[in-house]
Design a protein. Structure first.
Length: 456
């Protein structure tokens, strides 16, 4: 059977069109109407702006089509070898983060010689130069002259003041990296590999702990784990900003909720999204519920500093909850649950959703914000099919939406959880007594809305 030839021209056309759209988006900005150079360390107004949906899709097409074009045209063994060698990029990024290289270079726009950087971070200068040179070749930092390095547009996100640096530190350090290295051993183990128990993950194997990740992060009698948990909390803010989690703030019609409507940020950690909703929609009242340590920290430290007006106006209530054992506050209009269900196996997820269902009024809604796994094969369009990319790009955008698979991998490694397809979420919710209403496409994470299932 004759195989069709690769459609190179169409991939190139997709790349050119997507790049042009993104360039026009930048040049239309009134304050800085240009695409900043990678050497530019000044923030651009669009850096902190949530991309419109069409620009998110353009970015996904650009990334996906570029990777697919390279994978198609370049010799397979070349591509496969590079993928395996990416482990060293992660290792070098971890060096830069732990040594705080970006902070050392912050006030050195013309660069600093590696000998001086070495003195400040206590890493042997020749080895440090090799690490930085490899990162420069991946567009993180820049080598302005031999052995003289400076920050660039990407390395500025490595500053310890940036919450994304905390998340990247979390990924490149224990427990994540050590756990990821144990994944193959865990999956091939005849007992652990077939277990979905939250205490039989690669994380448990790697760290030799019976605790689930979240109880480990509480740090009882383990200061290192407590420090890692605090770092993870900060890092999730950075990750949320990077993957446009805040798109839910404008992507869902909160303004149509009645005055005094109650939104419960269930499992919301410090309440970053609840805080943004409180600031933008003055007619909403907020609840924040999570495990005691996180809820108490939010009430005691985070909200008094970041959103004191909400406290003085009595628009926020903090109440601890263990969703495995109990229900949240009853009769809220919206139960907003972000990046919680993906931590859980199906039976636990059903139990948590059932605990929410028990306290819902007939008009209450559950809003799950999660990655929704899309298959890399084209399927018929229906109510449970997300937007599919234009051929010849993979229908799930390939590398353009690869973070959904990386996040799924993290859930597998750290807690035996996982991301799910839309059909999977609908089925889980149905067992818990909820019926599907709508999926809100936010460009990366989606929001799936459920209502109480009719008993008729």
């Amino acid at each position: 059977m004759t195989q069709p030839s690769a459609d190179i021209a169409s991939l190139i056309s997709l790349i050119a069109s997507a790049a042009s759209s993104l360039e026009s988006y930048y040049t239309a900005n009134a304050e800085k109407p240009y695409v900043p150079s990678l050497d530019d360390t000044e923030p651009h107004p669009l850096d902190s702006t949530i991309y419109p949906l069409d620009m998110k899709q353009a970015a996904q097409v650009l990334e996906g089509a570029c990777a697919q074009l390279c994978a198609t045209l370049v010799r397979p063994n070349h591509t496969v070898l590079n993928k395996h060698l990416n482990i060293y990029q992660s290792a070098f990024l971890g060096v830069a983060l732990r040594a705080e290289i970006a902070d050392i270079l912050l006030d050195e726009p013309t660069g600093m010689h590696v000998s001086e950087i070495s003195k400040r971070c206590n890493i042997e200068q020749n080895k440090l130069a090799r690490v930085l040179r490899a990162l420069c070749s991946n567009h993180v930092f820049r080598e302005v002259s031999k052995d003289t390095f400076a920050n660039n547009r990407l390395s500025m996100l490595f500053l310890k003041s940036d919450p994304l640096a905390s998340y990247c530190y979390h990924v490149s350090d224990e427990p994540t990296n050590k756990s990821a290295l144990e994944l193959a051993n865990t999956l091939l183990d005849p007992e652990w590999g077939y277990s979905n128990a939250p205490d039989r993950s690669a994380f448990n194997r790697a760290l030799g702990t019976p605790l689930t990740l979240w109880h480990y992060f509480e740090g009882k009698d383990n200061p290192k784990a407590a420090q890692q948990g605090a770092r993870f909390g900060r890092g999730m803010i950075g990750k949320s900003l990077a993957n446009d989690s805040e798109a839910i703030i404008t992507g869902y019609p909160w303004e149509k909720l009645p005055v005094g409507a109650i939104v419960n940020d269930v499992g919301g950690g410090w309440g970053h999204i609840a805080m943004k909703l409180c600031e933008r929609y003055g007619h909403l009242n907020l609840k924040l519920q999570d495990l005691p340590e996180r809820t108490e920290l939010a009430e005691r430290e985070i909200w008094p500093k970041e959103c004191p007006q909400a406290i003085s106006d009595s628009r926020i209530e903090f109440k601890p909850v263990d969703l495995f054992l109990e229900s949240p506050i009853s009769d809220c209009d919206i139960y907003y649950v972000k990046n919680v269900i993906h931590l859980m196996q199906d039976d636990i997820a059903i139990k948590v959703l059932s605990n929410i269902r028990k306290v819902m009024s007939p008009t209450s809604r559950v809003l799950l914000q999660e990655y929704i796994i899309q298959a890399p094969f084209r399927s018929p369009d229906d109510d449970l099919t997300l937007d599919q990319a234009q051929p010849p790009l993979l229908p799930n955008y390939g590398v353009g939406r690869v973070r959904q698979y990386y996040t799924d991998a993290a859930m597998m490694v750290l807690c035996n959880g996982g991301e799910r397809s839309l059909e999977d979420y609908v089925q889980l919710a149905k067992v818990a007594g909820l019926q599907f209403v709508k999926v809100w496409d936010l460009g990366e994470l989606c929001a799936v809305e459920f209502a109480p299932l009719s008993k008729e």
